[in-house]
Design a protein around this ligand. Structure first.
Ligand SMILES: C[S@@+](CC[C@H](N)C(=O)[O-])C[C@H]1O[C@@H](n2cnc3c(N)ncnc32)[C@H](O)[C@@H]1O
Length: 221
């Protein structure tokens, strides 16, 4: 799971325990879901979870950990992530902005982020599978970054882990049928393959507004 200031990681078991006092509430709303840790913890209890966050990265995490049903997507995700792992590095915007103009990542890892990100876009995957692939890349990048988990800040001295090679892993998505939601992006999408398996039983859903933010990289002094 991604390092993130404000994450409720250590609170999740307490929240889940507190929620067990309301067994009749089968439907919960995680407003401002961030890393989706809370929403994911509640999905694990079998509840119908609605998650919302206006940041694109948070929406992607929620689409992966809340919306995607492992029973429907795990096999395809495993295959896609294995294929993405073989993509040749190709430095681009990410390498320039985050490895050369700033020092969040070693350039060799930045070049892999660039190449894998481009390949994910090129494949025009269905939203859930795209989100799983992106989260795999985000988490892989997080394991080799040179930050303390504070937004927009990188370390003056390289973190030791930054010298490791970026490696994709399949995110630990949960089983549980999901209902697809319509977003501006998914309306434009053509299916990656015509034979997609999608669930129709709505027990978990997510509503998101994905916007992007920008900011100047700065060093953590
Ligand atoms: C402290 S973080 C949430 C932490 C989250 N519970 C977790 O465990 O990772 C706050 C989140 O609120 C989101 N947020 C802030 N204002 C929002 C708004 N008006 N609409 C949707 N999301 C918003 C931010 O994007 C951020 O991800």
């Amino acid at each position: 799971m991604i390092k993130y200031i404000g994450s409720k990681r250590v609170l999740v078991p307490h929240i889940v325990r507190a929620m067990s006092a309301f067994p009749e509430s089968g439907r919960v709303l995680d407003l401002f879901s961030g890393t989706s840790r809370v929403a994911r913890g509640l999905k694990e209890t079998g509840r119908y979870v609605i998650a919302n966050d206006h940041l694109a990265y948070a929406a992607t995490l929620a689409r992966c950990y809340v919306q995607a049903d492992a029973d429907g997507w795990l096999d395809d995700a495993t295959q896609v992530i294995a294929e993405l792992s073989t993509v040749a590095p190709a430095p681009g915007y990410f390498t320039q902005a985050f490895c050369e103009d700033a020092r969040y990542f070693q350039p060799q890892n930045g070049a892999r982020v660039d190449a894998i990100r481009e390949e994910i876009v090129r494949r025009a995957l269905p939203p859930e599978l795209e989100a799983i692939a992106l989260v795999s890349l985000m988490e892989a990048a997080d394991r080799v970054d040179s930050t303390t988990g504070v937004q927009m800040a990188y370390l003056k001295q390289w973190a030791a882990r930054a010298f490791n090679d970026l490696q994709l892993r399949v995110p630990a998505i949960l089983p549980g049928p999901a209902r697809r939601f319509i977003s501006r992006r998914s309306k434009r999408r053509r299916p990656w393959r015509p034979t997609w398996r999608t669930s129709t039983r709505p027990t978990t859903s997510i509503a998101t507004w994905a916007t992007t933010t920008s900011g100047r990289p700065r060093s953590l002094g």
